[in-house]
Design a protein around this ligand. Structure first.
Ligand code: HEM
Length: 366
């Protein structure tokens, strides 16, 4: 063994619980308390876990795919994300991504943009509307178009995806009958040759829908809210920066995790085989060592240099988000529908579930 032991925020000292109750109830407060103790801290989440958020740690975790494995990570706890490329590890991951990447490349998606524009324009609200609810509908519409050319029954898609946005344990509960029904419909659409689904294995469609839903929906809701609050950034030139700043302060994937494949010593700290290793875009993006005035919403900061491995709303390295270009297209097209928004009322504070979500409704006027 050897190496200094890691500091830990407060957790239950007895029994198997450790930090689990706080992790389930208030993970952001727990993460922030841990971050105040140092750039690497420990948690007891049933298993021993280490959390880091320095750029050097982010690079290690996202680059050394032999040591830091995805199978058995926190994503595997939910049936929605436990499969396909998400749980494939080195050496199989690289060829699998190389086969998928061209289908999700910005150039490949360009042909979809006009139809996405039409589909979102058709559901564009007039007057006052609640941005979180509309953004969820827009994300579903986008995914339905991408994977199935819009042929998937919308009510079934909504039912399938709904638990992802509900509080724990809803996203973790197995729903074998619902999954069976959805798989059957996906298979039929694949056989008839619809959309990207026809060119993908079934499991990639299932995990892609799940990985792309609440992430895109919540980002869009926050971006609409901030476009209403800061109309000076709601311009064709300003929107890309507004989006980047939205994803800095509110990265839906507020933590990502891996399983440690063999004993590791990191900056003098011993990390045993089998531990969970976590990185946190939320902590990295809000730390004053990497960002000046980190809690201020200021899209202009993206006119300057972004710290290497210090900005990772889509992760990084070989496992960088497969749907990043598609998500950006949905966000760009959806925001473009609202040249002038007015904020009415809302609570944009981040509230964690499976991903980070706005704590309350966000009412804006188109
Ligand atoms: C704003 C929207 C989105 C955000 C913020 C986001 C964020 C992320 C992050 C942080 C990761 C890396 C996880 C890790 O390495 O620990 C990731 C991976 C992934 N994302 Fe996204 N995502 C978004 C939209 C999408 C969409 C629309 C899709 C599908 C169409 C998608 C599919 C995936 C897949 C399949 C992976 C796993 C890639 C791999 O392990 O090789 N995501 N995403």
């Amino acid at each position: 063994m050897g190496g200094a032991s890691l500091p830990e925020p407060w957790g239950y000292p007895w029994g198997p619980f450790g930090h689990l109750p706080r992790w389930a109830g208030e993970p952001l407060a727990l993460l922030e308390e841990g971050a105040a103790l140092g750039f690497l801290f420990g948690l007891r989440l049933g298993h021993r876990a280490v959390v880091g958020f320095s750029p050097a740690w982010n690079r290690l975790l996202l680059s050394d795919l032999k040591t830091l494995r995805s199978r058995g990570s926190l994503s595997s706890l939910t049936p929605y994300l436990n499969g396909g490329v998400i749980t494939t590890d080195a050496p199989l991951h690289k060829p699998q991504r190389e086969a998928l990447n061209p289908l999700f490349h910005a150039r490949a998606l360009a042909t979809l943009e006009e139809r996405l524009q039409e589909a979102l324009a058709a559901i564009r609200p007039q007057g006052a509307f609640e941005a979180v609810a509309w953004a969820s509908k827009a994300a579903q519409t986008g995914l339905n178009l991408l994977y199935f050319e819009g042929r998937f029954p919308p009510a079934l898609l909504a039912r399938f995806l709904a638990p992802l946005k509900r509080p724990f344990p809803a996203p973790l509960v197995p729903r074998p009958l619902l999954f069976l029904r959805v798989r059957r419909v996906v298979r039929a659409l694949q056989q008839d040759g619809w959309g990207l689904a026809a060119r993908l294995p079934l499991e990639e469609v299932m995990v892609g829908l799940a990985a792309g839903y609440d992430t895109t929906a919540h980002t869009l809701a926050w971006a609409l809210w901030h476009a209403a609050l800061y109309p000076q950034w709601a311009t064709p030139q300003g929107l890309p920066l507004l989006l980047k700043e939205t994803l800095r302060l509110y990265p839906p994937g507020f933590v990502g995790s891996r399983r440690v494949a063999h004993d590791l010593v990191w900056e003098g700290h011993f990390i045993p085989k089998g531990a969970l290793a976590l990185y946190s875009p939320y902590l990295t993006h809000r730390h004053p060592e990497f960002w000046s005035n980190p809690l201020v919403f200021d899209p202009a900061r993206f006119l300057g240099r972004v710290p290497a491995w210090g900005y990772l709303p889509f992760g990084g390295g070989e496992r960088i988000c497969l749907g990043m270009h598609f998500a950006q297209m949905v966000l760009r097209v959806a925001l473009g529908l609202f040249p002038r928004l007015r904020p009415l009322r809302g609570d944009p504070r981040p509230k964690p579930a499976l991903t980070l979500a706005p704590a309350g409704e966000l009412w804006v006027e188109a």
